[in-house]
Design a binder for this molecule. Structure first.
Ligand SMILES: Nc1nc2c(ncn2[C@@H]2O[C@H](COP(=O)(O)OP(=O)(O)OP(=O)(O)O)[C@@H](O)[C@H]2O)c(=O)[nH]1
Length: 248
């Protein structure tokens, strides 16, 4: 069975409805009034995911497609790091996902590397139409081995699948690369066509949840998994190097 089928999706992100009223203040029904008084249910988990890969592969585009369902034909290159937050529901749990979008340009590596350690999931992206972005993958794996937590979930993404006619990296090449890295998943996607984008992030979250203990008291969570609040304004301290290299 395809594990993606297990992913439950939820539309309506928080149920922010806008009513149209024809004059005057609308009277609230009993049910509406009760609903307004209900505070939003806090997140069960807060997780951090980082997107890395060479310049122009579509990291920002994947993030923005997932968080805002938008696509920019001519985006500016990311400077340093940027982040967005999206709340998703999986297996009855509410998860506040913080997605870090990193600059692909090498000159920002010293900044971006500081964000690897806190990530429970890492999305490594290449462009299926640009060979050099695929050839750069071992370099990105070295960054992961050096800076990321050893138990971070890894997902390799071949982006720009809508450009099939310009493809220079076959699906098999992507699959083969991922198979050589312990625990790394692989998929192809298109931020432009919104193909496999939700699946990338939801599958990653699903895999992360799989690794977490089933029932953790909320108090414990707030000291560990929920450690992202308040949002960090400065990068966390650099972690020690990973002892067991995953890169081949
Ligand atoms: N055809 C196509 N173009 C895409 C896709 N995703 C991104 N692009 C385009 O590729 C270019 C680079 O996209 P970005 O999302 O800025 O890439 P990035 O990896 O964040 O780039 P840096 O911030 O420089 O590292 C933009 O012109 C996007 O419109 C896609 O799925 N298909």
């Amino acid at each position: 069975m395809d594990p993606r089928n297990d992913i439950q999706r939820r539309g309506g992100g928080g149920g922010a409805h806008t009513g149209v009223f024809l004059g005057g203040s609308p009277a609230l029904t009993g049910a509406q009034s009760r609903r307004r008084k209900m505070p939003p249910r806090p997140a069960d988990y807060k997780l951090q995911v980082i997107i890395i890969g060479s310049r122009g592969v579509g990291k920002t585009s994947l993030m923005e497609r997932f968080t805002d369902d938008t696509f920019c034909e001519a985006c500016k290159s990311t400077v340093g790091v940027d982040f967005k937050i999206k709340t998703v529901e999986l297996r009855g749990k509410k998860i506040r996902l913080q997605i870090w979008d990193t600059a692909g340009q090498e000159r920002f590596n010293s900044i971006t590397s500081a964000y690897y350690r806190g990530a429970k999931g890492i999305v490594l992206v290449y462009d299926i139409t640009k060979e050099e972005t695929f050839e750069d993958l071992p370099k990105w794996m070295k960054m992961i081995d050096k800076y990321a937590s050893e138990d971070a979930e890894l997902l390799l993404v071949g982006n720009k699948l809508d450009c099939e006619t310009d493809r220079v990296i076959s699906r098999q090449q992507g699959e083969k690369f991922a198979q050589r890295i312990s625990g790394m998943r692989f998929c192809e996607a298109s931020a432009k066509d919104n193909y496999n984008v939700d699946e990338i992030f939801l599958k990653l979250v699903d895999d992360i949840l799989n690794k977490l203990p089933l029932e953790i008291p909320n108090r414990e969570l707030s000291n560990s998994i929920l450690s992202l609040q308040p949002e960090p304004e400065v990068p966390p301290e650099l972690p020690p190097p990973r002892p067991n290299l995953r890169c081949c």
